[in-house]
Design a protein around this ligand. Structure first.
Ligand code: GLC
Length: 453
């Protein structure tokens, strides 16, 4: 029984602090490949939290939310900079010191490449929202401590710097893809999470404060971000045709090719890739730069959060259907398609051997993506695709001992350096099965109107 084993992995992964459960380790592998897989990563805890909330085990989620919130004080201060209390760590662990326990956070200062976890606070807000929906514990968000923290998060993420668009500018490796992969700038996954976070912040603050200047600002930004992503990230056959025939180097306020995209930048693999039923949101957008790669997590979150329109969401599901082998393969779901190879791999990853073509972040298949995939499939009425994905995964992943990721064009090989008993591979399967059985539980991560209901 794979689901039973998945629960065992989840239960074995629980981290206790002073006798209370506060999180889950990234993997339960007795000899993990990576040194920090015994830590609790904020993003990895997301499907764990969903399982706990679906099961009515909300105490651990509350402990997690409060513990992580306090960890923000541990942020190391870089010389010449001020700490920002809206930033959350990538991960944390329990350390024993002189007979007492301590929670120790990592804000990237111990991580490979010292990458900054921009997504952590956004996932934290996602979990907070799911917690409130599941438990109706509105007292928690009304507490002054929580209110202050939400405000601090928004202060950081709304801070003005060098903005020329409503999207959020981030460095490389600032989210699930936490290695150099040419995903700096305005990656889609960050924009989808940002959209979700702004909506959540709005919901939570409006509840306690009513309308004020911040809420109006959030309203304007949410609308602008949604419109911008829909115009600049969406590509279908019609849009591709438009880009193909673009005039570049236009001056002035009222031009068509606003971001000065050169038609020559359309990659060869796009030729014939989109049929008249399919489309998707591109991976990144910036001046003169479209990253045409298909990034699964960003597209799925955009569907779940309503950043993509209903029609676009249907187009994205059609793309999965048409390119099933490429995007789902033997073990769903491909993280990014296609992989970069040769010189492109050298330049964009810094010749990272873990990220060679069709491995790990560079075109590997990640079972954790199953929960948002099934969520998005149900949302768009594509029950058939959800079922097909689960059929491929359920038995096989248990036989393979719950790897973190798979390699190969079709995702048929266990990832070369994958950990086994990866917690989010197990919890994603549980969440996917649970929402298939009771689709209404998708309310935990959909529809931004919970307090109006
Ligand atoms: C890898 C992944 C990252 C994940 C971590 C723990 O670094 O890229 O997204 O949070 O492993 O599983």
């Amino acid at each position: 029984m794979p689901i039973k084993t998945a629960y065992e992995i989840l239960n074995n992964s629980i981290i206790y602090f002073q006798g209370e459960p506060v999180g889950t380790t990234a993997a339960c592998d007795p000899s993990p490949v990576a040194a920090n897989y015994h830590e609790c990563f904020i993003r990895d805890f997301v499907p764990s939290a969903l399982v706990f909330l679906l099961e009515g085990r909300s105490e651990i989620v509350k402990n997690f939310l409060l513990s992580v919130m306090k960890l923000r004080a541990q942020q190391p201060v870089m010389e010449g900079h001020q700490p920002s209390l809206g930033l959350l760590p990538a991960s944390f662990k329990v350390v024993e010191e002189k007979g007492s326990e301590k929670l120790v956070a990592d804000f990237g200062e111990r991580a490979i490449g010292r990458v900054i976890p921009v997504d952590s606070a956004m996932w934290w807000m996602f979990i907070l929202r799911a917690y409130v929906i599941a438990t109706k514990d509105t007292e928690l968000i009304e507490s002054p401590e929580l209110q202050e923290f939400i405000q601090q998060i928004l202060d950081l993420y709304l801070r003005e710097r060098f903005e020329s668009s409503p999207t959020l500018l981030v460095p490389d490796g600032s989210f699930m893809i936490d290695r150099r992969m040419g995903v700096y700038g305005y990656p889609l996954e960050i924009q989808a999470l940002y959209y979700g976070m702004l909506q959540t912040g709005k919901e939570l603050l409006q509840r306690t404060h009513g309308d004020n200047a911040l809420i109006s600002r959030l309203n304007i930004l949410v609308d602008a971000l949604r419109a911008y992503v829909r115009v600049h990230y969406w590509v279908d056959r019609e849009r591709l045709n438009e880009i193909h025939r673009y005039h570049a180097e236009e001056f002035g306020l009222h031009v068509v090719n606003v971001l000065n995209v050169y038609p020559e930048s359309i990659p060869d693999w796009m030729d014939g890739w989109l049929d008249s039923r399919s489309g998707y949101l591109v991976g990144n957008q910036g001046p003169g730069r479209v990253d045409f790669r298909f990034f699964t997590q960003g597209n799925l979150l955009a569907m779940l959060f309503g950043l993509a329109t209903e029609e676009e969401s249907q187009g994205i599901m059609n793309l999965f259907d048409t390119h099933w082998d490429d995007l789902m393969g033997e073990m769903p779901v491909k993280l990014v398609f296609p992989a970069v190879t040769g010189k492109e791999w050298m330049f964009s990853t810094g010749s990272d051997p873990k990220n060679v073509a069709w491995s790990y972040h560079n075109g590997g298949n990640w079972p954790v993506l199953l929960w948002p995939f099934v969520g998005a499939a149900l949302r768009t009425g594509r029950f058939d695709l959800a079922e097909r994905a689960l059929e491929l995964t359920t038995e096989r992943i248990k036989m393979d001992n719950w790897p973190e990721y798979y390699d190969g064009r079709r995702g048929g090989l266990v990832g070369r350096r994958a950990n086994f008993y990866q917690t989010w591979s197990a919890t994603a399967l549980i969440v996917a099965h649970s929402i298939m059985e009771s689709p209404e539980s998708r309310a935990l991560f959909e529809k931004f109107t919970f307090y109006n209901d």
